[in-house]
Design a binder for this molecule. Sequence first.
Ligand SMILES: NC(=O)c1ccc[n+]([C@@H]2O[C@H](COP(=O)([O-])OP(=O)(O)OC[C@H]3O[C@@H](n4cnc5c(N)ncnc54)[C@H](OP(=O)(O)O)[C@@H]3O)[C@@H](O)[C@H]2O)c1
Length: 250
Amino acid sequence: MRRSMHRFPRGRQTVAMAPLRPDPPLATAVVHGATGYVGGHLVRALLADGTVVLAVGRSASRLEALRESAGSDGSRLVTVVADVSTDEGARQVAQRLDEHGVVQAAFAAIGGWWEGPHLVDLDTPTWSALLTSHLTAHFLAARATVPRLDPEGSAYVAFNGIATLQPEAGSGPVSVTGAGQSMLLDVLRAEDGRSDVRYHELCVVNPVVDVGQAVHATEAVVEITDVVAAAVTLARSGDSRTHRQELGRL
Ligand SMILES: NC(=O)c1ccc[n+]([C@@H]2O[C@H](COP(=O)([O-])OP(=O)(O)OC[C@H]3O[C@@H](n4cnc5c(N)ncnc54)[C@H](OP(=O)(O)O)[C@@H]3O)[C@@H](O)[C@H]2O)c1
């Protein structure tokens, strides 16, 4: 599985985000997929904002590297080494969250880009692995986290990409699971009786690049700072009617 920038539409513009609104910072947040590209940047931004962050990932060493990269802000980082694509991992996450009380925000940045054979040529083990990483892990992350969201005001923000909006030839499993992720969020929202718990999907429709790299891009891209800002703004003060926010341009 790998991420590629080359499957995305070319020749479009980056959409600039407004700066973060001056809402109060989040007290406690959990980030699933904290060892990934988007998740890592999000964790550092939340820590810098004063938030206590529970960072969930499968690799202890990658989580420790994340702490190092946060500098002194790393003192607010709580690492949770767990494979959230398994029942046991989800149970560990739930247990660690219980130790910290309710959380104000949860972010799911699990699964990255993938390219490979067309669906009719795809082998079953690859298909199953992608269902696990891109859908089951989202289900279990939600199952472990949603009951621990603050009923007096909190949000669950899941990242998604272009493949959920349109069929991407050669990335079929990402399209299929992306559509499943969207419906997962819709069902979670429909089943949640707490009026002050919000669910948002942040659909980033272009490849994400490091800060300052958009000007060098030959295709439509979104800078990571804009992705992080959009996610944090949604979590802090999103409108409950915003079920999906698209970032970038189709
Ligand atoms: N990067 C982009 O250009 C881009 C563009 C549009 C949308 N997005 C969206 O942003 C989100 C994150 O993407 P990314 O680029 O940050 O991906 P990434 O760098 O590949 O990170 C993926 C994360 O998911 C975790 N993960 C993968 N398989 C897993 C499994 N089976 N069980 C548990 N965890 C698993 C990884 O953990 P390990 O470290 O343990 O492998 C890692 O933390 C995705 O929803 C993607 O659609 C990204």
